[in-house]
Structure formats: C-alpha cells, structure tokens
Design a protein. Structure first.
Length: 321
C-alpha cells in the first residue's frame, strides 16, 4: 500500500513465506531542500555569527581585564609632585631608596625625565619638555609575593622624608576594571539570550510552516497509526540538519573574523602607533578558549534548533489527538 505520492511512502511487501510485512520509507516527510529551509539556514548562520562574536569579544575583554588586574595587583606607584625649592629628581631617588628598604617590596624604579616623557608620549605626543610642565615623577614598586607589604607604614615614611609624595596601591583602578569586565559579560549574556530567543522564534515559524505544508500527509499518517514520536523525529532530524548547517556557516565566519583580527593585531603591534596603543590599553590575545566557545555555540544552536522543532511538532500532534 502506497501513501500519497511525492511524500512519505510505505510499501507493504509480503515475505517469501507470506507471513511477515515490512515498511520501508522511500522519501522524507519534510523535503530536504526548500526555499524555507535555505532561509532558515541563513537565519541560523546569522544568529550563530552574532552570538559567536558577542561571546568571543566578552571572553577577550574578560581575559584582558584579569591580566590587567593581576599586573596591577603586583605593583604600586609612588607619585612625587613638584614643590617649590625642592629637587624633583633627588626626591624621586630618596623615595625609591625608602621603598627598597621596606619589607614586601621586591624592587623600586624611579622614572627619569626621559622615561616620563616616553610614558606620556601616547597621550601628549613626543618631543615634550617636561621641565616647563608640573608633571610629577613616578617610582614604580614591584611587590614581593612571598612577603606582605605594610602600605600604611610605607606611606608614613614617604610623607615624612619626601613632601608631596603619595602612595597609590591601584585599588580604585582594579575595582573599575572588575566592574567593566562584569558589565561586558552581563551585556554579552543578554545579547546572547536575545539571539537564542530570536532563533527559537524563527525555528518555530519554520516548523509550523513545514507542518502546514504537510498537513494532509500528517493526517494520513495518523490515520494509518503512525506514532507521534515517529513524526516528530522526522521534523527533528530535518531541522537538526538545517541548524547544524547554519551553525557551521556562522561559526566558520566568526572564526574567520577572529583569525583576521589576530593577524591585523599582530601587524599593528609592529607599527609605532601600535606600540603606543598597546602601551595605553595593553594587548588582546585571542586564545583557544575563544575558538572553543564558537564551536560549542555552533553545535549547541544546531541541537537547540532540532529540539525546538521536535517540541513544537509533538505538542501540535498531541493537540490533534
């Protein structure tokens, strides 16, 4: 017995003994290639691309923020403001000597006028004459991780020996970095959730459209006793394949963008302008965790596409029953 031509067909054949009956599917319930299917692949690819870019940027900023915080946490800065009648260079050397003798300080480096000009060059340009500007001197302290530092005692010793000296433990800077990283992660999570919702809506419309186009076939299958689980599996496998195709296209596009960005960043760092930008903001390194996240997103979106279609079809069939 053949069901409707052009759709799912089953042939009932008698075995050689005439006792066994077999059913063999000849074609798929949902057409493998259609305009709606290609449109869904495009939508899923775009959603995967956007979700992958969002997740990748969030991971990059989070990793960079952790790196910045770790570097800042192992350093302190002594700032010496210019004062009338005092030798700024001598005060910087004195502050460095006091810091070196303090337990918990591994090293102390007083920046000279030339080194201070190099630090300010990314903001103010090169060729500055700091002698005409009230620019403070900096002494950078590298902390000893094996011995705690009494920052309060160091601050009092500096205030007594070097007027105008202040100790900065970068606590405010670390707090701002942490807030920035958390904000970026939250925004990325919200965008990722919106992308999943939009994709779910698109899959839902595509599934209902496919069911409407095959309504007569579904009713006939119900009439001859086909189980709801069998019919929903046909839709699930169809949309799972479409979702995996779209996820692979979108994920591959996102990987290409990050690879291109990594190459451009490596080239940019070799330029003079790149050195200045890296001095101000640090370097972004695209690690394997970014690419692993893209692979997981692409595969997860494909699986979600198949599951959403199966749930919609199963609920619809239960309503018919």
């Amino acid at each position: 017995m053949r069901l409707l031509p052009g759709e799912d067909r089953y042939e009932d054949e008698m075995s050689e003994g005439g006792a066994a009956r077999h059913r063999r599917p000849e074609t798929a319930l949902v057409p493998a290639a259609s305009i709606a299917g290609r449109a869904l692949v495009t939508v899923v690819a775009i959603m995967t691309f956007l979700a992958s870019l969002t997740a990748g940027v969030a991971i990059l900023i989070s990793d960079a923020s952790r790196g910045w915080q770790e570097e800042v946490a192992h350093e302190m800065t002594i700032q010496i403001k210019p004062a009338m009648g005092r030798d700024l260079e001598a005060d910087a050397r004195t502050a460095a000597e006091i810091a070196r003798k303090t337990p918990g300080v591994a090293s102390a480096q007083a920046f000279s006028r030339e080194e201070s000009e190099a630090i300010l060059a990314p903001w103010l340009g090169s060729g500055l004459d700091l002698a005409q500007l009230p620019v403070p001197r900096l002494v950078v302290l590298a902390l000893d991780p094996t011995e705690p530092l009494d920052s309060e005692a160091l601050g009092k010793a500096l205030a007594a020996a070097v007027p105008g000296a202040s100790l900065d433990d970068h606590r405010l800077w670390r707090a701002r970095l942490a807030i920035m990283a958390r904000t970026v992660v939250i925004v990325a999570a919200v965008i990722f959730g919106l992308v999943l919702v939009a994709m779910g809506i698109a899959v839902g419309f595509a599934t209902r459209g496919a069911m409407a186009g095959n309504r007569a076939i579904i009713e006939v299958l119900h009439f001859v006793g086909a189980a709801d689980d069998y019919i929903s599996r046909q839709f699930q496998s169809h949309f799972l394949w479409l979702g995996l195709r779209g996820g692979a296209i979108g994920g591959a596009s996102a990987v290409s963008v990050f690879l291109l960005s990594a190459g451009l960043a490596a080239w940019w760092r070799r330029t003079p302008g790149g050195d200045q930008i890296e001095a101000m903001f640090g370097g972004f390194v695209i690690g394997p965790n970014v690419y692993a996240a893209i692979v997981l997103i692409a595969g997860g979106i494909g699986v979600v596409t198949g599951l959403v279609s199966r749930i919609i079809v199963f609920r619809h069939l239960r309503g018919l029953n």
